[in-house]
Design a protein around this ligand. Sequence first.
Ligand code: ADP
Ligand code: MG
Length: 679
Amino acid sequence: MVKKLLNEPVETLTGVGEKVKNDLNLMDIYTVGDLLEHFPYRYDILEIKPLSELIHDENVTIIGKVMYPPTVTYGRKSSRLQFMLQVDQVTVKAVMFNRTFAKKHLTKGTTVTLTGKWDAHRLQITVNNYQLGKPNTDVNIQAIYSVKGNVTSGRISNLLKQCIQEYADQIEELLPATYLKEYKIPTRSEAIKQIHRPENQLQLKHARRRFVYEELLLFQLKMALLKQKNQSINKGFKQVFPNNKVHQFIDHLPFTLTVAQEKALQEIFNDMRSPIQMNRLLQGDVGSGKTAVATICLYASVQANRQGALMVPTEILAEQHYESIREMMDSNIQIGLLTSSVKGKNRQKILEGIKNNEIQIVIGTHSLIQEEVVFHHLGTVIIDEQHRFGVEQRKMLREKGLHPDVLFMTATPIPRTLAITAFGDMDISIIDQMPKGRKQIETYWVKENMLNRVLEFIRKKVAAGEQAYIVSPLIEESEVFDYQNAIDLYHQLQDYYSKTIKIGLLHGKLPPDEKELIMKQFMKNEIHVLVATTVIEVGVNVPNASVMVIYDAERFGLSQLHQLRGRVGRGDKQSYCILIADPKGEVGKERMRIMTETTDGFKLAEEDLKLRGPGDFFGKKQSGLPEFKVADLIHDYRALEVARQDAQYIFQHNLLQKDAAFQKLSERLEEESGDQRFD
Ligand code: ADP
Ligand code: MG
């Protein structure tokens, strides 16, 4: 009975019509229960201060009484609602955009709490959030939700208010009561209320702590289940390849392997030769030579009469790896490229080639394992810079009846202990050494007023035959963020260099063939300066590029900056990374400082760990770490350890099956394990 309530579709909530429903569905919210578990991604914590203490242009919260009912005016694309508010005997003007519906609530005499940008000169607030009445306390914590479609965070917040009133009491506990007691964490029902509408920071902290633990425990239990399943399925095979052939291949490479590369290879080869399926993570800083190692493994797999596949997150990368691996590979080995832009006859030909073993190595995006690709005899799969934990990917392969050796690669250095816990059943190899002769990348942090000097520096480098990247956080102008955008920048630079330098523009919204063309031109040095968004972040390799300029660098996390910087310094030229940033906070400044001081990824990761506050996510997308809704593996490392121990205990004692206190947990686990949704 109870369960059914939470399973009701979201449209049962008052005010959720077709449009809102569709938007919510976009966010994977289908039921009331889903909405309750759509947690805020951050909070605005606002203190209510007297008007005289408010700072111009800052986000503030004020409380006042509506003096006259609002007036609404309509523009071409927006509506503007305006009213006067009395705050401590002072009249303040409030403006809201595209919130005509608020009019009916803001009747004369109503007390409201407004949050928004303060204009101290005009005594005006541009509202981005409003709440009827006074907040319970002087500290107002506003949950901010990630959104899709036209639904605003405020709307979600309001829906949740209704949802919590009507449903929160139906939420069942998942954890045994003994756990709640031992860890002093609130019940699930309480915690749901508090994570959405915390009254104070302490409440929020405990609610969050509860979900962190719950999430990590479920994760660790899943890992344990998976491990058990893997062990019980008879799978894996030996890949036998002649050592001398592989060594010949290595000897023919244009460089000598580093000791670290050799060690990693040895570990991988041992796995490949063993009858058990390889399940290994290869960690190494950007440029440490992971791709080179991967190429050798693919070669070895072919020598064992098996096929090899390399899966990368973007088409650009796939194409680039395809080119560079083809160059390194023996000419009698056929390599295929499979991405979503390989279409029609060509695609058919490649699919057939994979099926009948004419193609021995395939390089591509996710489509490699998700679509109806039939391998003749797949031996090794390498997954580079995976976005997500590979559990699903391995499951896909298993479901096709394949048990290839799998190697994951990531460029985000993660402390070894953390990696072992986070990756559960994986083996780990580390390349902790850079190839010889690499020059250190010189990193500088400048303010925007130095831009001309930066541009002249680029001019000099281009004249010397080198190339530059200029990265900007946004593609196009945004109403929300006041950051440089790639399209404007591209035009500005064209003006500035007036045709003396060829400039290219690369961003995620371009059609794939255009992206490819631009990337090719940049690789051939037909484009000298590439203006880009972070699409170039992962793995792009143009050794002739020696300058990386990052605009609004404070917008990026340390690991992302490090990844971007890793795009240069790939050849023998002295390379430079220039961070253009004017961070307001101490943390931002410290980040810039660290970037200028170290190029060692492991050290950077450690520094980042010390610096990070809540909400600063450590390049989750690129980290290769599993993604969580609430937990944050680096921050919540302790909880992860505890969860792991508990999961092991639960498993060893068969509590999921035997102990009634664990029944709900067991059910949830089953539900989630059956969930095959992909990102
Ligand atoms: P990663 O994939 O770890 O970012 P890559 O394998 O792409 O690194 O290597 C970066 C560059 O260094 C490539 O141009 C590659 O050819 C070169 N490289 C790889 N290993 C070595 C080595 N042992 N010595 C010299 N250069 C190397
Ligand atoms: Mg790489």
